[in-house]
Design a protein around this ligand. Structure first.
Ligand code: HEC
Ligand code: HEC
Length: 471
């Protein structure tokens, strides 16, 4: 690189990148330290940073192996609540790991790094999925590995969850926000028309019905696949998070014991580990923007057996839940802080155009096409796929949001806990509301099943995600 532009680049990096890049220490040693320049929300709001600079900053946060100087880990054990992040005990008091119930990695990229698991050797890439060894083990109270309870199986009453890939996440977030706005409007319609059963239809997806009485009380018993607040939550295998930011806050605390300022307040050391301001508001924004601008998964042209596969997918009823395509009405995605779940348009601080690279969503009417193969609804998947989570009721343990199938060729293992090692296993394990589609698949001839699977194999992760940043 010529001298002049390299000097310019250093200035840009000093202004923009969080401390990791500037540290002279080797990776993992006192990087991401509080003495370097850090991204503030003011810098983002005032437009001082380009999108690319923000994405780079987000990537650094995503890929930094946090250590104790950044605030990694929990503080002294809190006997009153020893399971939520902050006061968890660590293994043999090592002050670092627990592995079960979090404190299970040093960086986001440890678990989100498998780009293509359909080749040998696999291809790794930032933002990908995770294998079994990276599955999170959320809040168990009982782990009975040798079947002392004599149930014929090892018991685990927490949630065992396999990491999905993050590609295309901005499109999913945009669909979720627009659906939530639609449903909130329908809720107002119900409140303004007591006794009228209002159908909760958004983007062709049916979320049931809602009725209000003349006292403004809502009957939510007819709502399907989302919570009674009528907020669509595209993220988490249970459909529990409306925005990437909310997911990321939990990830920071659960996996690393890193405490975001937006939750604990500035200058406070809630976990008593001697570090304050562990993750700034601006840093959480950069992280969310980085994930929302992940490249979109791609659909390869169907050749050979795959040509008939999409028709089989539709005919078997797979697309009732795995909606091949939903479209937005606007081509952009707005980011909010503070987030008001029921009012997606509140407190917008930044906007990205989903048509632009690297997202590259195809324009459609005024908005974009989001071919994620999901309806963003939760479905009862039957007892076979039920979790045994102590803190949830029977029905909740059987419910999952329809898995997005874009990129599915590359993201084995499958299902919420990664129990299905192949696509046909994943389909055969469907139950509950998906039992009839499963039976239709199983009723196909071997050749017809192969056509459907060949179609799923055309749904690929982007081949060079984040190329503009990392290559
Ligand atoms: C120990 C492994 C692990 C680490 C480390 C990890 N994740 Fe994850 N990630 C998961 C698992 C497991 C899920 C699925 C969780 C669920 O469904 O509730 C997930 C899901 C997600 C999702 C939701 C994706 C979707 O479409 O539903 C986002 C966003 C995400 N992770 C971001 C992050 C960020 C940001 C970090 C770092 C701050 C991070 N993850 C660190 C394992 C991990
Ligand atoms: C009633 C809704 C519904 C129908 C119908 C349905 N699915 Fe699913 N599908 C889901 C849900 C929900 C999950 C996530 C289950 C879990 O995480 O355990 C899922 C997961 C999957 C997965 C695993 C994806 C991953 O990344 O883990 C594949 C593959 C899949 N479905 C294919 C199909 C095919 C093919 C059909 C038609 C034969 C079908 N599904 C019909 C709801 C449905």
């Amino acid at each position: 690189m010529p001298k002049k532009s390299s000097a310019l680049l250093s200035i840009i990096l000093i202004l923009v990148l969080p401390r990791t890049v500037l540290s002279e220490k080797p990776p993992g040693e006192a990087t991401f330290s509080p003495d370097g320049p850090r991204i503030t929300q003011d810098q983002i709001v005032s437009g001082h940073l380009t999108l690319n600079q923000l994405r780079k900053a987000g990537l650094v946060i995503f890929a930094t192996p946090f250590n104790h100087s950044h605030g990694y880990g929990d503080g002294p054990q809190n006997p009153a609540d020893a399971t939520t992040p902050g006061g968890r005990p660590t293994l043999q008091g090592n002050a670092t790991f627990l592995r079960v119930n979090g404190l299970d990695a040093q960086s986001c990229v440890e678990c989100h790094s498998q780009l293509n698991m359909d080749t040998v050797p696999p291809i790794l890439g930032i933002g990908g999925a995770g294998g079994i060894s990276t599955s999170a083990m959320f809040m168990p109270r009982i782990i009975d590995v040798s079947d002392q309870l004599q149930m014929g199986e090892a018991s685990f009453n927490g949630r065992l969850i396999n990491p999905p890939a993050l590609f295309g996440a901005g499109g999913a977030q945009a669909i979720g926000r627009e659906m939530t706005s639609d449903l909130q409007t329908l809720k107002s319609k119900a409140l303004n028309n007591p006794g009228l059963a209002v159908q909760l239809l958004s983007k062709g997806v049916d979320f049931g019905v809602i009725t209000a009485d003349s006292h403004g009380r809502l009957d939510a018993t007819g709502i399907e696949g989302i919570d009674a607040d009528l907020v669509v939550r595209p993220f988490g295998r249970k459909g529990e998070f409306a925005t990437l930011r909310q997911f990321d806050q939990g990830a920071m605390m659960f996996h690393f014991g890193m405490q975001p300022v937006e939750i604990f307040g500035p200058g406070t050391d809630d976990d008593g580990d001697g570090v304050t301001d562990e993750v700034l508001i601006g840093e959480m924004s950069a992280l969310e923007i980085f994930i929302a601008t992940q490249d979109r998964p791609v659909r390869l042209p169907a050749r050979g057996a795959a040509r008939k596969g999409f028709a089989r997918f539709n005919a078997a009823g797979c697309s009732d839940c795995h909606r091949p395509m939903l479209t937005t009405t606007k081509p952009w995605l707005d980011f909010s802080f503070r987030i008001v779940d029921t009012v997606p348009s509140a407190n917008v601080y930044y906007r990205i155009d989903l048509r632009q690279r690297p997202m590259g969503f195809k324009p459609s009417a005024g908005g974009v096409e989001v071919p994620m193969f999901s309806d963003l609804k939760r479905h009862d998947m039957g007892d076979g796929l039920a979790e045994n989570f102590v803190a949830a009721s029977g029905q909740k343990n059987r419910e999952y949001i329809t898995a997005k199938l874009w990129g599915v060729a590359d993201t084995a293992p499958y299902l919420h806990d990664g129990r299905a090692l192949t696509l046909d296993e994943a389909i055969a394990l469907h139950g509950g509301e998906a039992a009839s589609a499963r039976d239709q698949f199983l009723g196909l001839s071997v050749g017809q099943q192969a056509e459907l699977i060949a179609f799923l194999k055309t749904l690929r992760n982007p081949s060079r995600p984040n190329a503009d940043i990392v290559h």
